[in-house]
Design a protein around this ligand. Structure first.
Ligand SMILES: *[C@@H]1O[C@H](CO)[C@@H](O)[C@H](O)[C@H]1NC(C)=O
Ligand SMILES: *[C@@H]1O[C@H](CO)[C@@H](O)[C@H](O)[C@H]1NC(C)=O
Length: 177
């Protein structure tokens, strides 16, 4: 079981840079506490950087660099990074190098095309077939969450997954596909 632990927002009108240290310390304390609670079960807590340019301008945790620094301070193996490619592309790009660098911290991946936040095979900035290959080469075996707004019906929008399986010689056999 994986739980997204959210970071909260910088107060309205506040100067993010001035508040950063003051907000980080209690969050790290809370994460330490959460790690202890989660450790009583086979549960993993996830930190997700969310972009502050479009989606959530006051969200405190916005880059994998920031998440990695906090995960390092807590130092518990049951806290991981939830890397949403949509947010990462908007905040920092540099997807190949960031994936490689933060791969050991990743506990969950989410995807959506940029900027429309739709299926990965819709027009946009991110080359998902390439990124899926990168994830395979890095040895990723976890889930990939589809955090997007489908253009039409959900099953219809999963054409990208059918194509991905076919490219790997796999037979889709689930009831939706
Ligand atoms: C790209 O990401 C890597 C790893 O996070 C970092 O070392 C490098 O400085 C980044 N490059 C640029 C141009 O930001
Ligand atoms: C789908 O394929 C997997 C692996 O071959 C198999 O274990 C599973 O029973 C299949 N599911 C259905 C619904 O046919």
């Amino acid at each position: 079981c994986r739980i997204h632990i959210m970071a909260g927002r910088v107060p309205e009108g506040a100067d993010r840079a001035a508040l950063a240290a003051g907000m980080e310390a209690p969050f790290v304390d809370n994460l330490r506490h959460a790690a202890g609670v989660l450790a009583q079960e086979p549960m993993v807590g996830l930190l997700e950087p969310i972009n502050t340019r479009i989606t959530d301008p006051r969200y405190f945790l916005s880059t994998p660099q920031q998440a990695a620094a906090m995960l390092e301070q807590v130092g518990q193996p049951n806290l991981k990074l939830q890397l949403d490619i949509f947010h990462l592309q908007i905040m920092d790009g540099n997807l190949t190098r960031n994936l490689e660098t933060y791969f050991p911290l990743i506990g969950h991946i989410q995807i959506a095309q940029v900027p429309a936040r739709q299926e990965p095979d819709t027009p946009g900035e991110v080359n998902f077939p390439y990124l899926f290959q990168q994830l395979e080469s890095l040895g990723y075996t976890g889930y990939v969450g589809c955090e997007y707004t489908p253009r039409g019906a959900t099953a219809e929008g999963l054409g990208w997954l059918r194509e991905y399986w076919q490219s790997r010689g796999l037979e889709p056999n689930g009831s939706i596909l």
